[in-house]
Design a protein around this ligand. Structure first.
Ligand code: LP5
Ligand code: MN
Length: 243
């Protein structure tokens, strides 16, 4: 049956080869059966510029390009770890970069897709941080720095983030219900798919007086997580890396 796949939060890095292997298997198996693949951010653990010569990045680009060349389009929305993925990587991988929020019309359904970090409005520290690092001039400046300095800054940010997270209330790091409602109402959608929170679930809610659904993708730690949308279903599925 024709269907479209959504994934997020793989956090690929050279230190986690099992996740990379799981993703490559997914690209060669599941993704080939789909009509399109949408990656909703944090595909990579950290991204400090398309010019970072990491072997893993070239390998992933080549595999994605093989998928898109086989006729299956692949779309990407930036996450909070890889918001600097740019045109060069998009070209190398054949992926189309999408804006932060995108409404899709699929199989007669209207759905909104996004990374999910912007919905976590109770996390004021993060939202402040996000506003800063999303300033174009700061990004341009950062990308012009030598790679070893960028690496050091990113490592500092990761360490700062880990430290900040350890003292944050768990509830603060989840989405804010009003932010979800406002965002869905603004786009007049009754289905939302996002990642970021690493809390895979299907939530029922009411938007503009009608029943609605919010599907949250899981992170790829020890197994894969995807959402399959077709004519007949919108399903959250976890699956082993091999098999
Ligand atoms: O990522 P995760 O899961 O740890 O937590 C996120 C939020 N944190 C982030 C920060 C990223 O991890 C950092 C990624 C860096 C890679 C790219 C570098 C490119 C730099 C470009 C500059 C223009 O997103 C975390 C949320 C959590 O999700 C849940 O939603 O809470 O937010 C924070 O931790 C933010 C803190 O509250 C405040 C910021 C601490 C960062 C300290 C900066 C020190 C930098 C020093 C540089 C000289
Ligand atoms: Mn994220």
């Amino acid at each position: 049956m024709p269907h479209t796949l959504f994934i997020a939060d793989l956090h690929l890095c050279e230190e986690e080869p099992a996740i990379t292997a799981g993703f490559l298997a997914f690209l060669r198996r599941d993704a080939r059966q789909a009509e399109a693949l949408y990656i909703l951010g944090d595909l990579f653990e950290a991204w400090i510029g398309d010019d970072d010569p990491v072997l893993l990045h070239a390998e992933i680009a080549a595999e994605l390009l093989a998928l898109t060349r086989s006729g299956i389009p692949c779309y990407f929305i930036h996450g909070n770890r890889d918001f600097l993925v740019g045109k060069r990587f998009a070209r190398a991988s054949g992926m189309t970069l999408l804006p932060e929020e995108k409404v899709l019309e699929l199989y007669g359904k209207r759905l909104l897709i996004m990374h999910g970090d912007t919905l976590c409005t109770d996390d004021e520290g993060y939202q402040r941080f996000r506003r800063k690092v999303h300033q174009p001039w700061l990004q341009t400046l950062f990308l012009a720095l030598p790679l070893f300095i960028r690496k050091r800054i990113a490592a500092n940010m990761r360490a700062g983030s880990k430290q900040a997270n350890s003292s944050k209330d768990i509830a603060i790091m989840d989405v804010n219900a009003d932010a979800v409602n406002q965002t869905m109402s603004r786009h007049h959608v009754h289905c939302l798919i996002h990642g970021h929170t690493h809390r895979p679930a299907v939530h029922q809610l009411t938007v503009e007086g009608k029943p609605a659904e919010r599907l949250v993708l899981g992170a790829w730690h020890t197994e894969g997580s995807m959402i399959r949308v077709s004519d007949s279903e919108t399903a959250l599925i976890s699956f082993p890396f091999s098999g």
